[in-house]
Design a protein around this ligand. Structure first.
Ligand code: ADP
Length: 268
């Protein structure tokens, strides 16, 4: 075939169920001698023609802090997406399971992993649009990698895609995203700040007892998430900086390369 990204059925073995998500079941599998995670896409959940175009772009994104998309099986129903396998599951569950046992180095290392991956996405002119601990996965060496980048664009569920609706990730979203759906690398930085907050709160949900409406109101009046007990001042400052309104300062994805998080590291 002319399409090098097409996964052929004879190369793919499917195994047990790993979980289920927005698009349907996720199964363990084997592909070309590698352990993989296979997302079986329920047809009514995804605008798949648009996705097939974008899959080519996504497969070219390749970085050690991104969960690699290896290939797509489009010549069959259901369509399948084949990803790098992540032994330790999603970051939010991982944090909750290790509550009270996470060292400062571990927590900062997790933020650094994500910031490195995000810096790569920014450099590639690719927006995540739904960065959160639930959309990061943990490898067998406890390295954190970013998953589900750009995927919300293909969700067909209305409840998910409009900021007025119940499933929209308001608690991770920048004000301009909530108001006008204006996504940018700056709005990804906002979400990165919330992700840091999740890490230093050991997987707690942000604004736990508040509705989306209440969150929007308190953001509008300038209130922000509080400093996590475990977060050093320097890390908290970085969070606050992620949550500045656009137009009030330069926002750059903190990364090992641009040395912003690296400096924090030194001042801890
Ligand atoms: P969706 O993006 O469709 O909402 P998720 O990414 O949330 O689906 O996946 C659902 C579950 O499947 C996750 O919580 C995780 O346990 C498992 N999973 C997803 N991707 C992988 C992967 N690459 N490696 C291992 N497990 C995975």
């Amino acid at each position: 075939s002319h399409d090098i990204w097409e996964v052929h059925p004879e190369d793919l073995t499917l195994g047990q169920e790993l979980g289920s998500g927005q698009f349907g079941l996720v199964l363990e599998g084997r592909w070309r001698g590698k352990r993989v995670a296979v997302k079986m896409i329920r047809e009514e959940c995804m605008s798949d023609e648009e996705f097939k175009e974008e899959a080519r772009v996504m497969m070219r994104l390749s970085h050690c802090k991104l969960v690699q998309l290896y290939g797509v099986r489009t010549h069959c129903s259901p369509m399948c997406l084949v990803f790098e396998f992540m032994e330790n599951g999603c970051l939010s569950d991982y944090l909750r399971a290790r509550k009270g046992r996470l060292s400062q180095d571990t927590m900062l290392g997790m933020c650094l992993d994500v910031s490195e991956g995000m810096a790569y996405l920014e450099l590639s002119n690719f927006l995540h649009r739904d960065l959160a601990a639930r959309n990061c996965l943990v490898s067998k060496n406890n390295e954190v990698k970013i998953s589900d980048f750009g995927m919300t664009r293909f969700v067909l569920d209305d409840q998910y895609t409009s900021s007025q609706c119940s499933k929209f990730p308001v608690k991770w979203s920048a004000p301009e995203v909530i108001k006008y759906c204006k996504f940018s690398s700056k709005s990804d930085v906002w979400s990165f700040g919330v992700l840091m907050w999740e890490v230093y709160n050991e997987g707690r949900l942000p604004y736990e007892n508040r509705t989306n409406g209440e969150v929007v109101e308190s953001l509008n009046s300038g209130l922000r998430l509080l400093k996590p007990r475990l977060a050093p001042d320097a890390v908290h400052q970085l969070m606050e900086w992620c949550w500045k309104e656009v137009g009030t300062g330069i926002k750059q994805i903190p990364s090992r390369q641009n040395n912003i998080l690296y400096h924090v590291d030194k001042y801890l």
